[in-house]
Each structure stands twice: as C-alpha cells, then as structure tokens.
Design a binder for this molecule. Structure first.
Ligand code: S3P
Length: 424
C-alpha cells in the first residue's frame, strides 16, 4: 500500500508591497492607525526609517504596530539624508510623497539601489512641479525640492507600480487630480488601499485616476502573506521538492489578481495549483493557495503576463530546469533594472550549475534537464536570486550553494528556516 499523501500548511510573512503602502498611508493619515502582521524585513525597515526621519511616529516594527499619522502634507524636513537602503519601493513612493512637501530631501541608497533608474519618477513628478537634482545620471543620491503641484495625466512607457504609486501619492498629498496610464496594469495595491480609505479612485484597464481628498482616514489592516514569498515554496512543492506525494497549503495569502501571474503560469505548466479567496482586507482578496506535485512542461511567457509576475521570473527560470521542454520568457526587459540585472545574472548562474539557458535582450530561454545541477551561485546581493536558487538547490539530486544567503533579509528574513521546515 502506498503512503498517504500529506499536506503541510505554511503562512509566509506579510506582503512587502502592502506593508510599504500601509506604513506610508498611516504616516499621512489624520489619527492613529493599526497595522498587524507587517513584514519586518530590511526593505520595510527602510521605509519606517525614512518616515521617522521625516517626523512620523513609527514605532519599532512588530506584529502589532500603531502609527500616529501627521496628516496629508504634515511631514517635516529631515536634518540628514533619507536612507532607502536596497528598497526601490521606498525611494520611488517616497519621491511622490516628498514632491508635495515644501522642503528639500536628499534620498540615498545602497550600491544596488544607487544603480537603478529614478528618471522614471523624476520626469512625471518634475512635470507636476517638483525639482529633482542628481549627482550622477538619474541615480541616487537625489535631492527633491517639493511644493505645490499641478495635476497630471501621465502616459507611462513602462508598467511600473512604483511609478504609478509615486504619482498617486503626489496627487494625494498635493490635493490635485492625477491620472496614470501604463501599457499593462501593474500591481494595484495603492489604488486598493486608498480606495478602501475613502479616496475617490478609478481604475480601468491600464489607467488609474485619483481625485483630491481633504484628508486620509486612519485605518486598521491585517497585512496578508506575500504571494511573491509564497511562490518560492509553491514552486518547490509543485516540482516534488517536499515529497513526490506531498502537498502544500499557503495560507492567508494576498490573492490580488495583479500578483498571481506566477501561479497562473504554474498551472499552464501542468502543476496542480489552485487558490480560494476567504476574506477581504482593505480592498485586497485574501485566501489559501494549494499546490501538489505533478510533471511540469515548459511554457511561453509574453509581455502581457510579465507585470503580474515580474518578481517571480527568476524563480520561473529556475523551475524551468526541471520542466519537460523549453521555457521562454519575453517582454521582460524591466528585469535588467531590478536589484541586479536579473536576466544576465539568472542565465549566468543557471549555466554555472550546468543548466541549458540562454540570454535574450528582453528575457531568456531555459531547456529542462534530467541531470543534477550543482555549484555555488553568485546572488549579487539580490534576495530573489538567492531564494530562486535556494529552491533549485532544494530539489532532489541538486547541490546548489548561494554565496550570500543573508541577502534574503530584504524581503523574507525566515526564508532558509521555512525552506528547511517544509523539506524536513
Ligand atoms: C513594487 C513594484 C515592482 C516590484 C517591486 C515592488 C511595488 O517594481 O518589482 O518588487 O511595491 O510597487 P516596479 O514598479 O519597478 O515594476
């Protein structure tokens, strides 16, 4: 008689995008907000630190945080530079907020963030009336001098929730109408949270428009688990990495459709994956994702699918090594300006461990293999590379080491212990 299938349940930590937005909105609200299950990762510490330097009373991050907001436009000039660490979301969303405050702020970041483009937010926010100065190209350090802003109707050449949110926050704080149109709708957490707090927001296809509000109401939020973190464990379970009859339930996950691209593609690869909404939290659907192992096939991913799985593409490339046939990802040029050049770094590392992978200008190609993969990969300090290759290393027969395992602290501090727990 064969062993009965087992199913484990795991709740991964709070969603990173929602945690940033909850802190920023709480600092801008008129009154005391309560945030439960905030993600206590390095990126969220960066946003909390920046808000504190601007006079917001943000306590140390804990499971239950109360923030006394300063009201719209109530932040105060910082005496020193604002350190965004490794966090592009902190730098770009705060650029929007600070554009509407009538003082100068200097934003700095670590070496990786200081290589990433800020012109994408400086252009629309500059058109609204804020002044941006850079020391090199369009990179941090950047000084923003804010003040009264004009309305804008911005056509964004890239699908970027950070650009869209910067403009929405600028309009919110400056109390002017703004509209942003992007080629494919990016994650819409800012729209959902502001909408749940009573701000008049319209979303239609790739367009989001905000009407001015007099103030932002304080709120309570229980931050759901991060689907991007859940994706690592889901990929592992789908490929049989926790047992060839073992299923996994990922509980209390944000099931926002603009974040579920990876799970839809996993299903296209033949995986046994499903999800069910159980509750709603500040406009976000929340529920359980269930995964069980099955043979996987290669898949094609195109530009329209990319925004809803942008952070999961390195993971998909790793998973493609154990799928039958070829996987091709196109229309993903944005990966080159993430925490590392994720196209080049993923392909170099896949080859280093013995996989068959090829770089394309806007994506990559991977052919599945039955042979064992092994070697020490270079994460380039990029948390998502470290975790994607961590999953690859946890698959039976592989022996992959990561040179900088601690960099997972940017988004998922307990990743290695959760990985060990589910594979035990
Ligand atoms: C994020 C948006 C995405 C994503 C990042 C988080 C956000 O970046 O890659 O990890 O919280 O708004 P882009 O807006 O640059 O695509």
């Amino acid at each position: 008689m064969s062993a009965r299938p087992t199913t484990r349940a795991v709740r991964v930590p709070g969603d990173k995008s929602i945690s940033h937005r909850a802190l920023i909105c709480a600092a801008l609200a008129s009154g005391r907000s309560r945030i439960r299950h905030i993600l206590p990762s390095a990126d969220i510490h960066s946003t909390a630190g920046v808000l504190r330097a601007l006079g917001a009373a943000v306590p140390p991050l804990a499971d239950d945080v109360r923030v006394d907001g300063r009201g719209l436009g109530g932040l105060k000039a910082s005496t020193g530079s604002l350190d965004c660490g490794n966090s592009g979301t902190t730098a770009r969303l705060m650029a929007g907020v600070l554009s509407a405050h009538a003082f100068a702020s200097r934003l700095v970041g670590d070496a990786s963030l200081s290589r990433r483009p800020m012109g994408r937010v400086a252009r629309p926010l500059g058109e609204m009336g804020a002044r941006f100065t850079f020391e090199h190209g369009d990179h941090l350090p950047m000084v923003i001098t804010g003040g009264p802003l004009q309305p804008i109707d911005w056509q964004s050449p890239t699908s970027s929730a950070q650009v869209k949110s910067a403009i929405l926050f600028a309009g919110l704080v400056a109390r002017v109408p703004v509209s942003v149109t992007e080629p494919v709708r990016s994650r819409d957490h800012t729209e959902r949270l502001l909408g749940a707090l009573g701000v008049e927001l319209r979303s239609c296809g790739g367009q989001a428009s905000l009407q001015p509000a007099t103030e932002l109401a304080p709120f309570q939020i229980d931050v759901p688990a991060d689907p991007s973190s859940a994706a690592f464990l889901a990929a592992l379970a789908a490929a049989g990495g926790i047992g060839d009859r073992a299923g996994l339930q990922l509980t209390d996950v944000a099931l926002n459709p603009t974040r579920l691209g990876f799970f839809r593609v996993l299903r296209d690869m033949g995986a046994d994956v499903s999800w069910e909404v159980e509750r709603e939290e500040c406009g976000e659907p929340v529920g359980t994702i269930s995964v069980a192992p099955r043979a996987l096939s290669g898949v094609q991913v195109g530009a329209e699918q990319v925004p809803a799985m942008i952070d999961e593409l390195p993971l998909l490339a790793c998973l493609a090594t154990c799928a039958d046939g070829e996987t091709e990802i196109r229309g993903a040029g944005e990966l080159r300006v993430k925490e590392s050049d994720r196209i080049a770094a993923v392909v170099q590392n896949l080859r280093l461990v013995g996989a068959d992978a090829e770089e394309l200008p806007d994506g990559l190609r991977v052919r599945g293999t039955n042979t064992s993969l092994g070697g020490e990969i270079r994460a380039h300090g990029d948390h998502r590379l470290a975790m994607a290759f961590g999953v690859l290393g946890a698959l039976s027969g592989n022996a992959v080491e990561v040179d900088d395992p601690d960099c997972v602290a940017v988004s998922y501090p307990g990743f290695w212990s959760d990985l060990a727990r589910v594979t035990a």
